[in-house]
Design a protein. Sequence first.
Length: 147
Amino acid sequence: MRHAAVIVAAMDIRRAASPAELTAAESLFDAPARPEWSERFLAAPGHLMLIAYVDGVPAGMVSGMEMTHPDKGTEMCLYELSVDEGYRRRGIGRALTLALADEAKARGCYGMWVGVDTDNDAALATYDAAGAVDEGTFSMRGWPLAR
């Protein structure tokens, strides 16, 4: 635990504000960042990307999206969390999750949630360490609209 505190202390978490920042961190994504999608993401109200830097290098990222419903108010969806393999198990994922939760609170969100595969032990441990509560098993269905 002492080692993790040293790494977290040297880490800087900043909100991404430009497509260039997303391109510089694209090793954290599943595929290269496309400029037009990056611009659209950053311009959309309620969209948020936080990047963790260690010694100036993008080490992790978390993206969130506000969702508002007429009878519930606004909550934050943790859309994606990624930590570079060389920086894992140092508290970066937990720090990013907590930073997103802090931002959600500051924005007036009543809660935050994430969907996670039940066999993704690393993600489950990260979210548990950040104070997430298991709200039960659910099934996710999707509609692939693009070919």
